[in-house]
Each structure stands twice: as structure tokens, then as C-alpha cells.
Design a protein around this ligand. Structure first.
Ligand SMILES: Cc1cc2nc3c(=O)[nH]c(=O)nc-3n(C[C@H](O)[C@H](O)[C@H](O)COP(=O)(O)O)c2cc1C
Length: 252
């Protein structure tokens, strides 16, 4: 079984590819936790994006729930596939801490970057996206081979200064920037289509003429990227930034 979380489609894309390679089933992390039967002796995959060189809070909540099935989890081959735009720091160790056990294998897969809320961060160019998808095509079958062989491996792009990023910058990022309070809607552009609400993977948006966020945001930016009129912005920071629309391709 492969459990996944995806805000803007990259991790869903990778999870689907891996599930096809392995002949496994997919289950969203937001739809409950595995049963004891699902875990016994099985290969259990966790596929999700890296956020601030750590894990999304939705993923932390999911793994804290499955850590209560500790005995059954011990017998499973537990592996993580983390998608990231650039580098992942010690996100695998953050995951292990939340899980209360070591992973049997861990991989990072470079995918188009969707983070746009700070100066200097923007979506990748078409060329960069193309290169990342071409690499993904090679990497995922290699991951599948490791899982089939139950190989204890780590193939991770930690990047420069991984400890500082995960242990110093991440807590600050989570404290000040994982919030929906900075989202603003340009009412002259919003057509009340409800796409932001439909795409929000944690059901955090109600559209009553314009979108209203309900304060349990996981920070994925699905609403920002899905808006067909670029009517949603994160403060003023994203007004001139690009959008990334893989979810649209995956579902339409
Ligand atoms: C809040 C947030 C934080 C991110 N932090 C990182 C990061 O620390 N390192 C990185 O390489 N990419 C980072 N990214 C980019 C995503 O990890 C990457 O684009 C991922 O593939 C998105 O997956 P998804 O489309 O399944 O949501 C971040 C994206 C968001 C929205």
C-alpha cells in the first residue's frame, strides 16, 4: 500500500507512477489510517512533498496516528519517497521522529518547485520542469526495484547546510509562514468558481462569493496555484510569481 499527500500534484504523480510499477494500491493520507492487516509484512510507502526541509503537518499527523500500530509497523517494510524542488535537508529524520521508528528505505525525487511565498522563490521554467520529469521517469523505476528487493537504502539529496535548514530555519518557517492569514483575494479577478476550495487537500476553504480560509492550512499552496485568474495571493509576495498546474492535468 502507498499512502500519499500532495498539494499541487507532484507527489500524487510520483505515487501513481510508483503504484503502477509495483502493482500497489494508493490511499490519500487524509482518508484515514491503515488497518493492522494492511501493515502485516507488507511494503508500506509514504509519498509526500518536503516542506521547509521537513514534513507537512498533515503528514506528521498521519504518521503519529500510524505510530500507534507500532507492533504491526515493525513487521512492515516502511519506506518514504519525498518530492522536493531542490533539496530535502533531514526531512527523513523529521519523519522518523514523528513515526517513532527508523525507515527501512528513503528516497528524494526532484520535481518542479511550487514554493513562491518568499523573495527569490518562484516556479521553475518550462525547461527545468521538463528535465525534472525526464529524471523522474528514470528514478521511480529504480525506487520500485529497491522496494521489490526490500533494500535498506537512502538515496537523498540533502543539499548544503542540511542541519541548519532542518533544525534552525524549519521551526521558524513553521511558526511564522505555515498560515492562511496572509492569503488575499483580488475580488475584481475572482469569479467564485470554487476551484481553490475543490483543490484544497485539507478542506480549508469555503467559497462564499470569495474564498474564505478556515485556519487549518497545511501550507501547500494548492489554492494559489489552482486559481484560473491568479486572484489569490500570499500577501504581496506572490503577485508577480508564476503558477503551477499539474493537478489540472492529472484530473482533467
Ligand atoms: C510550504 C512549502 C515548502 C517547501 N519547502 C521545500 C524545501 O524545503 N525544499 C525543497 O526542495 N522544496 C520545497 N518545496 C517544494 C515542494 O517540496 C515540491 O515542489 C513538491 O514536489 C510539491 O509537491 P506536491 O505537488 O505533491 O504538493 C516546498 C513547497 C511548499 C509549498
Amino acid at each position: 500500500m502507498i499512502y500519499y499527500f500532495s498539494g499541487t500534484g507532484n507527489s500524487l504523480y510520483v505515487a501513481r507512477h510508483l503504484a503502477d510499477e509495483l502493482g500497489e494500491k494508493l490511499c490519500p493520507m487524509t482518508l484515514g489510517i491503515p488497518s493492522r492487516e494492511d501493515l502485516k509484512g507488507a511494503a508500506v510507502g509514504l509519498v509526500f512533498p518536503v516542506y521547509a526541509w521537513g514534513i507537512p503537518n498533515v503528514v506528521a499527523r498521519f504518521v503519529q496516528k500510524i505510530s500507534t500500530l507500532r507492533e504491526d509497523l515493525e513487521g512492515a517494510f516502511l519506506y518514504a519517497v519525498m518530492t522536493c524542488g531542490d533539496d530535502m535537508g533531514y526531512a527523513d529524520e523529521v519523519l522518523e521522529k514523528a513515526l517513532g521508528r527508523k525507515l527501512d528505505a528513503a528516497f528524494s525525487v526532484l520535481m518542479p518547485d511550487v514554493y513562491v511565498c518568499l523573495p527569490g522563490f518562484d516556479v521553475d521554467s518550462k525547461e527545468e520542469c521538463k528535465e525534472k520529469f525526464a529524471k523522474e521517469k528514470e528514478t521511480v523505476p529504480e525506487i520500485a526495484a529497491c522496494v521489490r528487493e526490500r533494500k535498506q537504502v537512502r538515496r537523498l539529496k540533502r543539499g548544503p547546510f542540511p542541519w541548519t535548514k532542518t533544525h534552525i530555519i524549519r521551526p521558524l518557517f513553521n511558526r511564522y509562514l505555515v498560515t492562511d492569514k496572509y492569503f488575499r483575494v483580488d475580488a475584481s479577478r475572482c469569479i467564485s468558481c470554487g476551484r481553490c476550495s475543490k483543490m484544497c487537500p485539507v478542506g480549508n476553504i469555503i467559497v462564499d462569493e470569495i474564498p474564505q480560509w478556515q485556519s487549518h492550512c497545511t501550507g501547500c499552496l494548492a489554492c494559489y496555484h489552482a486559481c484560473p485568474h491568479h486572484a489569490i495571493n500570499f500577501g504581496k509576495m506572490t503577485q508577480k510569481k508564476g503558477q503551477y498546474n499539474l493537478m489540472k492535468q492529472l484530473y482533467e
